[in-house]
Design a binder for this molecule. Structure first.
Ligand SMILES: Nc1ncnc2c1ncn2[C@@H]1O[C@H](COP(=O)(O)OP(=O)(O)OP(=O)(O)O)[C@@H](O)[C@H]1O
Length: 227
């Protein structure tokens, strides 16, 4: 589903040095697979997600999603790609004015009018345990519920890929486990390739594979406990 081949992205730092943020990353994520990607601060995780999202062009290599290279698109095609193929789950949800269901349906407004977009997310919100929260405003929801609204928004478009950036960063351990379990189940059920960038040790328990980004390269994650 997602094929990343020999990807590189270098930055020029203010002191004239070259920062090899991404330095030859090759990896793939299958449909229905969930990958946890660890890496210290500054290891290039955000850069990698931005390139997969078509928000930034790499210096070399390619990323194919459903067989199509997404690193070289025109701006308009990149916008459509993000609207139709990429689900985003961030640490801090970003809401638009309206209720939980309006927010879950938001990306579907590119395809449907509001009533149809709302109708299309009702079952999904039920699966996410939000069936009795459809008409609450986001500020009337708990942190875990807010994050589940963002999961609904990400998955409602039936994306090829979900990019989750610290989705449990603001949640306690129990809520984190609930959110990770939901991302896992829905990604599997819907055949979505999910990349979960995180510092949360709990994420490894819910991932099919655990990788780490070190010095701009991806390798299997080795815990200190097993070293
Ligand atoms: N626009 C830029 N210009 C120069 N250097 C940059 C730029 N953006 C990022 N970098 C550098 O590239 C490296 C990777 O940054 P990136 O934001 O991808 O890391 P990260 O793993 O997401 O970090 P964090 O976990 O702290 O968010 C860092 O050394 C950063 O300082």
């Amino acid at each position: 589903m997602v094929e990343i081949v020999e990807l590189t992205k270098h930055y020029a730092s203010p002191d004239g040095e070259t920062v090899r943020a991404i330095d030859g990353v090759t990896m793939s994520v299958d449909a229905g697979e969930i990958i946890a990607l660890y890496g210290p601060s500054g290891s290039g995780k955000t850069t990698l997600l931005n390139i997969i999202a078509g928000l930034m062009r790499p210096d070399g290599g390619r990323v194919a999603v459903r067989g199509r290279d997404v690193t070289n698109m025109r701006a308009r095609d990149a916008d459509v790609y993000r609207l139709t193929e990429v689900g985003f789950i961030q640490q801090t949800p970003e809401f638009v004015a309206g209720s939980a269901i309006d927010n879950a349906a938001f990306k579907l407004l590119g395809r449907y009018r509001l009533p149809k977009a709302r109708a299309a997310v009702v079952d999904l919100m039920g699966e996410l345990g939000l069936g009795d929260r459809l008409h609450h405003r986001p500020d009337e929801l708990s942190g875990g519920e807010r994050q589940r609204v963002m999961i609904a928004r990400a998955l409602a478009i039936r994306p090829a890929v979900v990019l989750a950036d610290e989705p449990t960063g603001n949640l306690d351990r129990r809520r984190s486990g609930e959110v990770l379990a939901l991302i896992r189940r829905l990604s599997h059920d819907r055949g979505v390739a999910t990349i979960l960038v995180t510092h949360d040790p709990l994420a490894a328990e819910y991932a099919d594979r655990v990788l780490e980004l070190v010095d701009g390269r991806v390798r299997p994650f080795r815990t200190t406990a097993s070293a």
